[in-house]
Design a protein around this ligand. Structure first.
Ligand code: NAD
Length: 395
């Protein structure tokens, strides 16, 4: 991981340990010098963030910093980011963080020069307004988790403040123009966050591979992304638990997982599935972290999906082979998921996460409303959602 590799798919990606040191050069080459780092307050307080900002200033930028509220972002978090952008007199954005901070940054990029409210630009909505590329400031991204892959995605997920219902704003214009995927930025991620974000990356790849539709580009990425996540997640969590610091092995494992995360994000342009609908609703109703919700629910959702017919059974068998599950069969893949969850310290079910039987009606309601399950390989009824939640609540 010592060398910095440059890929151009789906945007410019500089990948390797130390890639963050290329940011100032790339911003200046794009004619901007007054960026604002948009991150969350937890990251803003960490030494690596302060060092990063100081280095950028040393390299000739006048760099501001916005550390917003951590957690599932809402529309008001975007408004706060827009205010900071204006106060700093910024001409560009550096999105630094996990999916939450990067999503806020992408939404801020829309709202600094588009009228109305953010959700006017939700393209699923009737009468949605278009997002104009020429009105988006130069924006680059540096992921500090390996999970969502939002840095290489064309969407931002922002919740309504009152309902916490997550809405997806999609536009090719909000794909960052350059990504600096630096595994060193993820070395300090605590073991539990490493596990939940890594399970998210895995879920994206798995659901993309199973989603309905003919998109062999995405299928290929999903299979390799799955392989990389399977090959690195346990190691990343172990290194985080052992607090080994920046050993070459740790950096290597983090680098593989970072790639798996970006590949998952590109792959899920094909679509996602039932796990995401179950998870989005858990974020809406119980404010669960996205990766944690996916990581818990994926085994229940995949058990459901193994009954989707012979074609899907073949894909499950192929996936079991790619992740090196002990048994190359649909059931073997689900068993492998259950074991992986245990190995990385994920909760087996929802009981420990404060989810209650009384939440079931709301959970089912929002899961059904979620768009992701429309491309799931097996149709999901309201009764199916209920059964999967009940199974997860029982453990
Ligand atoms: N846009 C997309 O394509 C897309 C896809 C999936 C999920 N999402 C969204 O992404 C969000 C979840 O993102 P996430 O899973 O990366 O979690 P996150 O951004 O909420 O980060 C998790 C926690 O880890 C902390 N953290 C991040 N990097 C750290 C580091 N290097 N060291 C120490 N702490 C660190 C954060 O402060 C936060 O408390 C959700 O809002 C979800 O809806 C977006």
């Amino acid at each position: 991981m010592k060398e910095i590799h440059r890929y151009s798919f789906p945007t410019q990606i500089f990948f390797g340990a130390g890639a963050r040191h290329l940011v100032a050069r790339e911003m200046k080459a794009r004619g901007v010098d007054r960026p604002i780092i948009i991150t969350d307050a937890t990251i803003a307080a960490l030494p690596f963030c302060k060092e990063f900002q100081a280095d950028l200033n040393k390299d000739g930028l006048m760099c501001g910093l916005h550390g917003g509220r951590p957690g599932n972002p809402c529309e008001s978090d975007v408004t706060a980011g827009v205010e900071s952008y204006r106060e700093h007199g910024a001409d560009s954005i550096i999105a630094l963080g996990g999916g939450a901070a990067i999503d806020v940054a992408k939404a801020v990029a829309v709202m600094v020069d588009h009228e109305g409210t953010l959700f006017d630009y939700e393209d699923e909505r009737e009468g949605a307004r278009p997002i104009l590329a020429e009105k988006i400031p130069v924006m680059v991204a540096l992921p500090t988790t390996a999970g969502t892959g939002s840095e290489v995605g064309r969407s931002t997920v922002i919740a309504e403040d009152d309902t916490h219902f997550k809405r997806i704003i999609f536009s090719p214009a909000i794909l960052p123009v350059a990504v600096f995927a630096d595994p060193e930025l993820t070395l300090g991620l605590p073991a539990a966050v490493t596990a939940s974000t890594g399970m998210d990356a895995l879920t994206h790849n798995v659901e993309a591979r199973l989603a309905k539709g003919f998109q062999p580009f995405c299928d290929g990425l999903a299979m390799e992304g799955m392989r990389l996540a399977a090959a690195s997640l346990r190691d990343c969590v172990r290194f985080a638990n052992e607090k080994t610091g920046p050993t070459p092995e740790h950096i290597h494992a983090r680098g593989l997982l970072l790639n798996a995360s970006m590949m998952g994000s590109v792959a899920f342009q094909k679509g996602l599935g039932v796990t995401h609908s179950l998870a989005h609703s858990l974020s809406t109703v119980n404010d669960l972290h996205h990766g944690l919700a996916n990581g818990i629910m994926i085994s229940y959702a995949m058990e459901f999906n193994t009954q989707a017919g012979p074609e899907i059974e073949k894909i499950f068998t192929e996936m079991a082979r790619v992740v090196r599950a002990p048994k190359e069969s649909p059931a073997g893949f689900v068993d492998w998921l259950v074991q992986l969850k245990a190995d990385v310290g994920m909760p087996t079910g929802l009981k420990s996460e404060g989810v209650k039987n009384e939440d079931l009606d709301e959970l089912v309601k929002y899961a059904e409303l979620d768009v992701c399950h429309s491309l799931n390989p097996r149709e999901v009824t309201s009764e199916d959602f209920r059964k999967m939640y009940e199974a997860a609540l029982a453990s």
